[in-house]
Write a protein that binds this ligand. Structure first.
Ligand code: PMV
Length: 332
């Protein structure tokens, strides 16, 4: 008889780093060279369904309604192999994943994708893991996915080995009033340099990389202190400066990794101008052209309205903090 296990669907939200992860110390185990700190966003969610089925000869992946290419499927198979090893089952799986935002465009789809996959695949394989263990597993898929297991503000630990390189949520008096405005630039076209290759290339060739690694622990300590005190001004200043430092290291890699488009800088300039006029607004950018702006519930709509008018900005979304990754269907 052919065994088909129950399908399980999980939902996870993307997160945006306020102190970035940019560089690995171990490529195989996907261990970060330094810690990081992020905010999980309710508006950027991924839903992933996993079903293990003995009738399958290989893993199958359908991404946003289309069969995925060989490279994408290979990455999912490598991840599912970890789950199969933990569950002691040799069975292939059918994986269906849907993003509520543009995939592979620097909007952190790998974070929500691998967090949702970790939760759905372990549940579907009958493996019970703690939040910490799920975070370790999700990290193997993508470093930032370790943070999407949890909601709100999240701190990623460097760890000393694989088991203690996990994320955990941080409480802050800012959690209620914080918002992020996401300005999509250029219609969410696929990014030119994947973050994995780009961070390795930066580490190998940028004369600024050492300075970046020295900066991160300082920014982390200051950001955590600001979160503890509810000091938004301080958190915002660290967020914007840290993103610019990460990009400085990428831009000075040889050859250069430049994620910004002219509209990226137009948004950054606007954000800085509005801040000068008293609005709570601090910009951050990742491995793509989009700008995410840290702000408050009070200022988010004014800010969104101002950014929508800029040339090259194709969509603007306001997001509240999101929750952690959860099973939404197939819980047994
Ligand atoms: O998780 P990865 O391998 O896609 O790397 C994420 C890198 C950044 O988004 C640029 C920074 C971060 O901390 O999320």
């Amino acid at each position: 008889m052919v065994a088909v296990m129950d399908a399980v669907t999980a939902r996870a939200c993307a997160n945006i780093a306020l102190v970035k992860y940019w560089g690995k110390r171990d490529a195989l185990l996907n261990l970060p060279a330094a810690g990081s700190l992020s905010l999980t966003l309710a508006a950027l969610a991924t839903e992933t369904t996993v079903q293990f089925d003995e009738a399958l000869e290989d893993d199958e992946l359908v991404l946003d309604g289309k069969p995925a290419d060989a490279a994408e499927t290979k990455r999912i198979t490598a991840f599912l192999d970890l789950v199969r090893a933990q569950a002691g089952i040799p069975i292939h799986a059918r994986v269906t994943s849907r993003n509520g935002f543009p995939t592979a465009s620097g909007l952190a789809s790998s974070a929500s994708g691998f967090a949702a996959l970790a939760v759905a695949a372990t549940k579907a394989a009958g493996v019970e893991l703690s939040g910490q263990e799920l975070s370790v597993l999700a990290r193997r898929g993508s470093g930032s996915a370790a943070r999407s297991i949890f909601g709100g503000f999240v701190r990623m630990h460097t760890g000393t080995a694989s088991e203690d390189a996990y994320a955990e949520p941080i409480e802050s008096p800012l959690a209620e009033r914080i918002r992020m405005v996401v300005a999509v630039i250029g219609g969410g076209t696929p990014k030119l340099h994947g973050s994995r290759d780009a961070m390795d290339h930066t580490a190998a060739t940028s004369p600024m990389y050492r300075a970046w690694l020295e900066l991160v622990p300082k920014d982390l300590a200051a950001a955590e202190a600001a979160l503890g005190k509810g000091d938004l001004e301080r958190l915002g200043a660290i967020t914007e400066a840290n993103a610019l430092a990460m990009h400085a290291s990428a831009i000075t890699a040889r050859p250069a990794v430049i994620y910004w488009r002219p509209a990226t800088l137009a948004v950054v300039e606007k954000v800085r101008g509005l801040r000068g006029c008293g609005l709570a607004a601090w910009a951050t950018m990742d491995a793509g052209p989009h700008v995410k702006v840290l702000t408050t519930a009070d200022d988010a709509s004014t800010l969104a309205m101002q950014l929508r008018d800029l040339d090259g900005v194709t969509a603007v979304t306001i997001s509240a903090p999101g929750g952690g990754a959860v099973v939404v269907e197939g819980d047994r």
